[in-house]
Design a protein around this ligand. Structure first.
Ligand code: SF4
Ligand code: SF4
Length: 405
């Protein structure tokens, strides 16, 4: 069977607003059960890409049938663009049971004993450790080992290879590497052991950042004109080589937070799962519409809220990558104030939002982006704007009535 591009599975909860046609195959659950290869679907099963915003939209929208159908089709197309641009290639490292644990406190020794139940543990005291090299899955540690020979204490340099590391008694810069955990970052050690146990096996990852050195103000510049991305990166996903004046990226250490993208003033860094080009293409579908900008993880929070007619959800993976360019593009496409639901907003994105709002207030007497950070604030905003819209509509009708006698 050839692949179905867009599959819509009918459900009692969301109804059946679509009919087969225009590239969307509509099936009930029983029919969908026989589909073996669908690309994008509103249901989690039987598709390569699950688009939760489709059912979410159907449940929340107050739009009439025709508008609902129009937006639904757009949501499939928007997902398709995101899918097309996102990197497909995966990389992998093998993670075995070897763990190096560094610590000397009583708690550290107790943790070492408990870890031995699941892992192949090498324990070293902090003062014995000489150096650590490598990456997640293949770290190499050098340390001094003391041993007693013929009543005499001898010291010799040893080397151990391990997949993961645990630093027990202090915080450590090493935890910027994937595969290195500090006990102090955890409220309980069971959670830490669970985390490192879950990583054993085949660890897969994708590239989340792309970089164009020709636009970078650091790359091969004698005087460092910019270090915003390296300053904000919470991991070793992005570091600078001061000698060569080059940025070095590690997809393995990157946690895909997107912060480096939001601070870059030149667009030299891009968010691979949703690059700027794709972002602008998706924005084209929102021309003249009211936009609700929201990260996928927050759709659930707004369940039960009403989405008035005229709105289209613009769904993104995560929000800390949003820069001035992204926010501006949405406002310009929409021409309405963009509603941005983000309970926790990154500093750089917040700064971009303030700059854009200042500019739009000056040039078009309108807020470009309205930030709402809770379900209650979302509902209050919708109630207020709908009320205002109704008042405006009535006012326009009254004026037209007067004009036409
Ligand atoms: S996405 Fe986050 S972790 Fe990855 S390189 Fe950028 S700032 Fe660092
Ligand atoms: S923030 Fe952008 S311009 Fe600045 S160093 Fe990083 S990549 Fe280069």
């Amino acid at each position: 069977m050839s692949q179905i591009k867009f599959l819509f599975v009918m459900d009692a909860e969301v109804g059946a607003p679509l009919e087969n046609g225009e590239g969307i195959i509509v099936l009930d659950h029983e029919g969908a059960h026989y589909v073996v290869d669908a690309l994008i679907s509103n249901e989690l099963y039987r598709s390569h890409v699950f688009a939760p915003e489709i059912n979410w939209y159907l449940k929340q929208t107050q739009a009439e049938h025709n508008e609902k159908n129009e937006i639904l089709k757009k949501l499939y197309e928007m997902r398709f663009i995101r899918y097309n641009y996102a990197p497909k290639k995966t990389h992998a490292v093998t993670v075995d049971r070897t763990v190096l644990m560094i610590g000397e406190s009583e708690e550290a020794l107790a943790l070492v004993e408990s870890a031995k139940r699941y892992f192949d543990v090498t324990h070293v005291l902090p003062q014995e450790l000489l150096s650590i090299e490598g990456k997640f899955g293949s770290f190499t540690a050098h340390f001094n080992q003391k041993s007693e020979e013929e009543g005499e204490m001898k010291e010799q340099e040893s080397e151990v290879c391990c997949s993961q590391l645990v630093v027990c008694d202090q915080l450590s810069e090493l935890s910027k590497h994937r595969g290195v955990e500090c006990v102090m970052d955890y409220s309980d050690t069971d959670a830490l052991l669970k985390r490192i146990r879950n990583r054993i096996g085949h660890y897969e990852y994708k590239k989340t950042i792309t970089y164009d050195a020709t636009h970078c103000m650091y790359h091969h510049h004698e005087k460092t004109a910019c270090s915003l991305c390296t300053d904000i990166c919470p991991t070793f996903g992005l570091v600078s080589d001061e000698t060569r004046k080059e940025l070095i990226f590690s997809a393995l250490d990157c946690i895909a937070c997107g912060k480096c993208v939001s601070v870059c003033p030149t667009g030299a860094i891009d968010f691979a799962p949703f690059p700027q080009k794709a972002f602008l293409e998706v924005a084209d579908f929102c021309q003249g519409k009211k936009i609700l900008l929201i990260a996928e993880a927050y759709l659930k929070t707004l369940e039960g809220c009403e989405l008035p007619s005229g709105y289209i959800p613009y769904v993104i993976e995560t929000d800390p990558f949003l820069s001035l360019l992204h926010l501006k593009a949405l406002f310009e496409k929409s021409t309405h104030t963009v509603l941005f639901y983000a309970p926790h907003i990154g500093e750089a994105t917040h700064e971009a939002l303030k700059v854009l709002n200042k500019e739009s207030s000056r040039t078009c007497h309108q807020k470009a982006i309205e930030l709402v950070q809770s379900k209650e604030a979302f509902e209050a905003y919708m109630t207020l704007t709908c009320k205002n819209d109704a008042v405006c509509k009535k006012e326009i009708e009254n004026r037209q009535r007067i004009q036409h006698g």
